[in-house]
Design a protein. Structure first.
Length: 117
């Protein structure tokens, strides 16, 4: 189970830090990432990090967002700086990996980010 937090209302140019913590019996979190869904738009990949640490960012967030992970806590973070109104969306975290019983590929419940102009 993934629990996302950190969303909120911020003004243009502000910052937010999203967190996503995985709970349960987990053997390893291989990869993780964040997606977002804005009203009237398709789901967009924001950032992903592979098990090897390779990180990919959407062009729209490069240089502003940073994805990091804390393996000891099975937690992913998305630091969002220089926020723009077009960043307004519900952000969903994703993790995949393995438990003692098999593999998992899960999404969190979503956390809303609203950027006012």
């Amino acid at each position: 189970q993934l629990q996302a937090s950190g969303g909120g209302l911020v003004r243009t140019g502000g910052s937010l830090r999203l967190s996503c913590a995985a709970s349960g019996v987990i053997r390893i979190v291989s990869g993780m990432g964040w997606y977002r869904l804005a009203p009237g738009k398709q789901r967009e990949l924001v950032a992903t990090m592979s098990s090897g640490g390779n990180t990919i960012y959407a062009d729209s967030v490069k240089g502003r967002f940073t994805l990091t992970r804390d393996n000891a806590k099975n937690t992913a973070y998305l630091q969002m700086n220089s926020l723009k109104p077009e960043d307004t969306a519900t952000h969903y975290c994703n993790m995949y990996g393995a438990t003692p019983y098999g593999t998992f590929d899960s999404f969190g419940q979503g956390t809303l980010v609203t950027v006012s102009s």
